[in-house]
Design a protein around this ligand. Structure first.
Ligand code: ZN
Length: 341
């Protein structure tokens, strides 16, 4: 028996043309077919733009909107903790080893709790380059405006999470929002003690952190919090220290459902689920980073938590499951907002 071969595009096109010629012009079908053939003959230019950068889901009565700020290409040499050939092997397994850089999304999350409109992280603005800084555009694309946001919870004060608090001219982007950040984070970046001891390449981060929050502080809208402080109804901070001293996630709970927006707990889905001991060079305390990651991965897997990550592939939402000695990432499926489950 000869194998069945699927028709090629050329044979399909030939069949369609034959059908168009054979169809009597008086038939309504002819009028439908003729433009189809013309469209094939005149192919429009490619659009080369992406869909708007937001994705939405429900957690109980809360509406979660993931926002895409853009992407950063990170050199894979920043990731250390296992042998470099193992890093390349892990990337190759995910079809990511062809280039020396690893593309990392920069995500933020907008949560409508029914009583508050809360932004978790603010993206990078344009300071690291033109591939970032789309948070405000995507807030609008998602049907809201920066002025409507009443609270910004910052996971940490790195530029890709805090620079987007400001417009390009340095003015406040979220004029009606209080900015909340862990006290330990505030003290580290703004307290003055750490910058003197920091290695030279990290020193600019201190100036950027200070600049990002200064207008909010001047307006009396920067409110550091202590662990355990109540933040908002249904919202609590979760310690994830190490990447930076006050690095924190935020747990949103509604009607038996919850999502942990965990900031930079994982920088690379290809590397750090399977090997939580892989660190990125600018983790401030690498041992504490690994301990926090292991704890949160274990909790997320055991509790079957929804998780949202700032550098996981957009929308950065999914689940964690155990796999071998490590973990694996199970991304959310695109779909409608369902209220029946
Ligand atoms: Zn980050």
């Amino acid at each position: 028996m000869s194998p069945i071969t699927p028709p090629t595009f050329a044979t399909l096109r030939k069949a369609l043309l034959a059908l168009a010629v054979a169809a009597p012009a008086s038939l309504a079908a002819g009028a439908v077919l003729a433009p189809a053939v013309a469209a094939l003959a005149e192919v429009p230019g490619q659009q080369r733009t992406q869909a708007p950068g937001f994705y939405r889901m429900a957690i109980g009565d809360f509406e979660i909107t993931a926002l895409f700020d853009g992407f950063i290409d990170r050199d894979r040499k920043y990731f250390v903790g296992v042998k470099s050939e193992d890093i390349i092997g892990l990337l190759d397994r995910m079809f990511l080893a062809e280039r020396p850089e690893i593309q990392a999304a920069v995500n933020a999350y907008l949560v409508h709790t029914g009583t508050n409109l809360v932004l978790v992280d603010a993206g990078a603005a344009k300071s690291p380059g033109p591939t970032l800084g789309f948070i405000a555009d995507n807030i609008r694309a998602a049907g809201y405006s920066p002025e409507q946001i009443d609270t910004v919870l910052v996971t940490h004060l790195h530029p890709d999470h805090a620079n987007g608090l400001l417009r390009l001219d340095g003015s406040i982007l979220f004029p009606n929002a209080e900015v909340r950040v862990a006290k330990a984070e505030f003290d580290f970046w703004l307290g003055g003690g750490a910058v003197a001891k920091a290695p030279a390449p990290l020193k600019p981060f201190f100036a950027m952190a200070r600049a990002a929050v200064a207008p909010y502080e001047a307006a009396g809208k920067l409110k550091p919090y202590q662990p355990g402080d109540g933040l908002l109804p249904g919202v609590e901070s979760v310690a994830a220290y190490g990447h930076t001293p006050g690095h924190s996630g935020y747990l949103f709970r509604s009607k038996e459902q919850s999502i942990l927006l965990w900031g930079d707990t994982v920088h690379s889905h290809a590397l750090q689920f399977a090997h939580p001991e892989v660190v990125i060079e600018f983790d401030v305390d690498k041992d504490e980073t690994i301990a926090s990651r292991r704890r949160l991965l274990a909790e997320a897997a055991a509790l079957k938590l929804w998780v949202g990550g700032a550098h996981l592939p957009f929308p950065g939402i999914g689940h964690v499951r155990t796999e071998g000695d490590g973990y694996a990432w199970v991304p959310v499926e695109f779909g409608p907002i369902r209220s029946d489950r």
